[in-house]
Design a binder for this molecule. Sequence first.
Ligand SMILES: O=P(O)(O)O[C@@H]1C[C@H](O)[C@@H](CO)O1
Length: 310
Amino acid sequence: MTSPSPYASTLDVLAGLLPPHLLQPRVGIVCGSGLSTLASSLRDVHEVPYSALDGFGKSTVEGHKSALAFGLIGPGEGIPVVAMLGRFHPYEGHKLSTVVYPIRILAKLGVRDLIITNASGGLNPNLAVGTIVVIQDHLALPNLTGPLNPLLGPQTSPDHPRFVPLSDAYSTKLRRLAFLAAHDLSFDDDALAEGVYAWVSGPTYETPAEGRFLRAAGADVVGMSTVPEVVVAKEEGMEVMVLSLVTNPVVIPDTYRSIKEEVKAELAGKPVELPVMPVVSHDDVLAVGRQKAEAMKQLVARIIEMIPHV
Ligand SMILES: O=P(O)(O)O[C@@H]1C[C@H](O)[C@@H](CO)O1
């Protein structure tokens, strides 16, 4: 006798709660910090709290709800979609298997195209706060050497690849649609950019030296999520796109304030200017999320409408 799949009870609960036309979503959306309102473009919405679903954790970060929203997007019958209102981050204490569990459930429900959103710090000085960056590649220090690759361990199943290539992790099809959708919506040219996402574990924001290091390594933005979801979505065979909202610049001053020089000047009786190092806060991150929520929502909805659904 084969043992029941660990996903079976989650899928059974969903089957018991959802009408049949919503039970096989084609597209998945992951809502990043402050971006849960992305799901407000869905109609015929059925929300299922994570607390009702075995295997799901509880999102403890402000700006993340803890529910799956099922609904329809687009004209006519509409395209069935599921949105994760809130994700799990390893820094919250969630195991990596919990972080990626919802992605596996989305795959089992039939999601083929996954649109992941997040909030990030800008490393590239050309990216203004409020820019939406279509991610073209990632740099995942915790994945490369350490214990945070979600595929470490036994092969997921004989049907999943043992070695997952990531050279084409970010779907060309979906990235093209993002720029076509922005054109359709008459977005300014600099509203949407392209770049590389650096994943760090957080929850500390970067020191100036770390920011300089990540920029020198080729990253344009930095954040504390997304990469485990991308890796597992690729293992599950999905097309993946990431839209990263720049919510703050990462502080990378050209020079450091020299306390040594300041003390010497003070001892010599010279006036000392005291520059203040700016700091980032999660409240700032959420505020930019709120400001850009409408644009993100329109963009995501338009992309979904443009995906060829056969
Ligand atoms: O879930 P995301 O990646 O959108 O959230 C970002 C990263 C941290 O969780 C938080 C820091 O402000 O926002």
